[in-house]
Design a protein around this ligand. Structure first.
Ligand code: CP
Length: 385
């Protein structure tokens, strides 16, 4: 059964289909208003959320379906010690599709391995947030008319910001994307993303601490919050929390059509005065999030629907990619690239689901044959012997 754990689970063609479908839903909402009649979506939120949880709810209701679930771990039997695997097995007896947000990295993948219904990762720790990425891609497409030939600045917490990691992953597949990473030196993009993704695929990127110096060349500025909840030390958070605050004054040097994006919630990294600027897109991004999630639910449930999906196979020339970059992730754990090294190495990432889930086998995937680098299949941390 198809799930969405990481944005690389979908090919570029599949993402194109979703964008096409979301645009059709925006233009023709009535056409889709009963398509999920009789279907149930379960929202399993072990971490706080406003947009992701409620947009999935709104999306399912607007498709004619129903929603069950919980919005905090304390109100589920996880508080009594139930595992993610058991919770998922149980919920799949009640629901046709599962959406899960969890603080542990790899939790959604564990869920997908323990159910026969589609699972959607709504954020796993600091790792991935693929449905936010779909909302971001739809927004970029609607604002710019293309997903290629763009210079994109990512600003803020690039170490723990899962939305940034997923969006970088997605954008590496499109042609002529230049990435500019703007962060304090303590919160830079993790090395595994720079090495495995950007350098191996020859994607152009630069790193800086100074937003003002690079803002004039940006087509898109993607602001992010400093992720307080991921810091192991409160003092570090207090020192870094106001690293970047975007004001109207700072926008003076920017292009007149630069799009300002933010996955939200914002704390104070974008001044409220910027909201009125025509370049501010972050509330449009929220609305796009609902439409793309409607498209995603349809895509994952379509095999059990009686509907003529004549858009399947649609590829927009504006998002055409060099096929070499379309590195769809193949999730098959039984290839020679996977090692079960339980006795030799364990995942040392304290945020990984392997640190809490009962009897979960530690499995590593060979990502770099030359340097023999294995990464945990759940959180992608490097396996150290
Ligand atoms: N962007 C986002 O994930 O927002 P929530 O945490 O409110 O879901």
């Amino acid at each position: 059964m198809k799930s969405l754990i990481d944005i690389l689970d979908f090919s570029v063609e599949e993402i194109d289909e979703l964008i096409y479908l979301a645009n059709d839903i925006i233009d023709n909402p009535k056409k889709y208003s009963e398509i999920c009649k009789g279907k149930k979506l379960a929202n399993l939120f072990f971490e706080p959320s406003t947009r992701t949880r409620l947009s999935f709810e709104a999306a399912m209701y607007e498709l004619g379906g129903n929603v069950i679930g919980f919005s905090e771990a304390a109100s589920s039997s996880v508080s009594k010690g139930e595992s993610v695997a058991d919770t998922t097995k149980v919920i799949s007896c009640y629901a046709d599709i599962i959406v899960i947000r969890h603080p542990k990295e790899g939790a959604a993948y564990v869920a997908a391995n323990n159910t026969s219904v589609p699972v959607i990762n709504a954020g796993d720790g600091g790792h991935c947030h693929p449905t936010q990425t779909l909302a971001d891609l739809l927004t970029i497409y609607r604002e710019k008319g293309r997903l290629k030939d763009l210079t994109i600045g990512f600003c803020g917490d690039l170490k723990y910001g899962r939305t940034v990691h997923s969006l970088i992953n997605a954008l590496t597949r499109y042609d002529n994307i230049n990435m500019v990473f703007i962060s304090p030196k303590e919160l830079k993009v993790p090395n595994y993303i720079k090495k495995d993704l950007l350098e191996n695929k020859d994607v152009s990127y630069e790193e800086t601490t100074k937003l003002e110096e690079v803002i004039p060349k940006l087509d898109i500025l993607y602001m992010t919050r400093i992720q307080k909840e991921r810091f192991l030390n409160a003092e570090d958070y207090l020192r870094l929390k106001d690293s970047y605050v975007l004001t109207l004054e700072k926008l003076n040097g920017a292009k007149s059509d630069m799009s300002i994006m933010h996955p939200l919630p914002r704390v104070n990294e974008i001044s409220v005065s910027v909201d009125k600027d025509s370049r501010a897109c972050y509330f449009k991004q929220v609305l796009n999030g609902k439409y793309i999630r409607m498209a995603l639910i349809i895509k994952l449930l379509k095999e059990s629907m009686n509907f003529n999906f004549d858009f399947i196979g649609y590829v927009d020339p504006n998002t055409m990619v060099n096929i070499m970059k379309d590195n769809k992730r193949i999730r098959n754990l039984n290839t020679e690239r996977h090692k079960r090294l339980t006795n030799l190495i364990k995942c040392n990432n304290p945020r990984c689901i392997t640190s809490t889930e009962q009897e979960l086998e530690h499995i590593f995937e060979l990502r770099d044959k030359e340097d023999e680098i294995y990464r945990c299949i759940y959180c992608e941390a490097k396996g150290n012997r």
